[in-house]
Design a protein around this ligand. Sequence first.
Ligand code: ADP
Ligand code: MG
Length: 668
Amino acid sequence: MDKLGLTRDIDLALHLPIRYEDETRLTPIAQAREGEVAQIEGRVLASRIELRPRRQWLLTVADDSGQIVLRFLNFYPNQQKALPEGALARARGEVRGGFWGREMVHPQVRAVQADAPLATALTPVYSTSAQLPQAYLRKAVAAALWRAPVQELLPPGLLPRELARLPSLQDALQFLHHPPARTSVAALEDRSHPAWQRLKFEELLAQQLSQLQAQRQRARLRAPVLRAVDGGLSERFRGVLPFELTGAQQRVVAEITADLGRSQPMHRLLQGDVGSGKTVVAALAATVAMDAGWQCALMAPTEILAEQHFRKLLQWLEPLGVGVAWLTGSRKGKARAQMIERVASGEAQLVVGTHAVIQGDVQFARLGLAIIDEQHRFGVAQRLELRRKLASQALEPHLLMMSATPIPRTLAMTYFADLEVSTIDELPPGRTPIVTRVFADGRREDVIERVHEEIGKGRQVYWVVPLIEESEALDLQNATETHALLAETFAPAAVGLLHGRMPAAEKAAVMAEFTAGRIGVLVATTVIEVGVDVPNASVMVIEHAERFGLAQLHQLRGRVGRGAVASVCVLLYTSPLSSTGRERLKAMAETTDGFEIARRDLDIRGPGEFMGARQSGDALLRFADLQEDTRLLDVAHELAPRLLDHHARAAQDLVARWLGGKMEFLKA
Ligand code: ADP
Ligand code: MG
């Protein structure tokens, strides 16, 4: 049972049936309909073994209404002995139309005395493992419920009236494990039954409480107060910026600088669609930290993106006298040692890189602000490592996370409740909307022609080939072959190749060529997905677009349409399309709004995957459904602070009951 995670009594109590069997009533044989599962009872009229077409045992059973054949392909002599002709048999199974009339194949069957009592409750069926028989688990669960009744933790009088009518948790669990005969199976299945509501509400409440606790713990931490100074870096940077900030950028910059000026660590997510201009906001925040005499770290999930940030920040800030350092996993030996020394001495005021920036031997002199770009792309382990690193200073650094994937409201309330959110809801001026076209792969020639035209006009093109998950070797081959083919097709224009297993330096060189406009077509695997910025690129072709996730497609599309030129995104697909594949392509064709894309993505995939929770191997909510149970979530959200303030003990116990060992993960 430990393997199933069923260690405590409460774990058993919360191990709910996946379905039920109805053994509470008998169906007259004549009324047992084909295709339905029924329980019948009748006298054995005949019991015989047949050898053809294969050995089998046939049992003919009759009640007052009619008769039916029970057919067994595997059976023991004992079973036969227990059911001789004339015995009373009770059987449960699916009714089928057989050659000789209606029959049940392999029903559950046993001999009973006349008037043997029927079950009074539906029989639970639990998910279990091969080593743990259903019957054993049933007993264990029933024993746990009986031995250790689940204590009611919700204080009386706390719930709004509509929820106050719900059963206690013990009653709800008792009910769900053993629903009385005649319970509506539909209400059990769609989880609308009051017992389900009660259970889901408590789960959501526990989850809200844990978030609130984390938030309050953080509020007790101290961070350096970071304020820009008159005539300082921040002011000078604004002075040399080649463009005006949009209204939305100004607003989020104000929100962030207000946070930085407080002595509690900022914990803020900056969300804005691809191309909305988050980088400059990050740079401005960095200048405020440096003005105040503290270091800033900027981390990106890939080397390419980190390098691009590095170049941009170097270009913006070096002329103003800022020491910018660069740290990634591929940087080794002496260069790395020197970098680490500059970080430790505080000489490097701004450190840009991948998560190598926070790895073991890197020590900051005075880290005041950590910025994480595309934070959802970092794994849970990396996020936890970052948290630990940040917490190792006497004063905790401020934290700014950035993402182009907006968090839906319900998720923001549940898993990101401990997070302030700033949103850039406006694109910089002068952008022409991207047109998205979806083509079957057969139209490839037309697409190639269109690409020819664009190159002729001096524009640049991305040509993305998908990752082939089963085989890295195939993946590479695919990219290389496409590259060779297109190089021939588009000659004399230069065609570049970028894939995940190229050495970092080589990748950087290709990217630099493309940025400089010397490469016309860039064939790439998804390494270019995140954050690359080349305003002259006007066409994005994605092969096998049906294999990409929606968020990924949206990110890729965001690589074009960054300048004033009209841009096109071409999605090539290969039939047959799966239904989710079709939905994704449809969503892409219908909208370029990142928020709408995220909403549809949530519809298609559900919140678990959205959060990258698969990495943890753990569903975040077991019972509640963030899309269905918004009302329960709202109430839980409202009640959590009151419970924590006035019923601290109960709050504590609720969190322990529901979240047990998952606490660390939730902080990531
Ligand atoms: P993202 O939010 O996707 O990270 P970037 O920060 O890469 O977007 O910005 C996209 C492009 O828009 C960059 O070339 C950037 O210099 C430019 N940009 C950002 N803000 C403005 C602005 N206010 N006016 C004009 N261009 C801007
Ligand atoms: Mg970006």
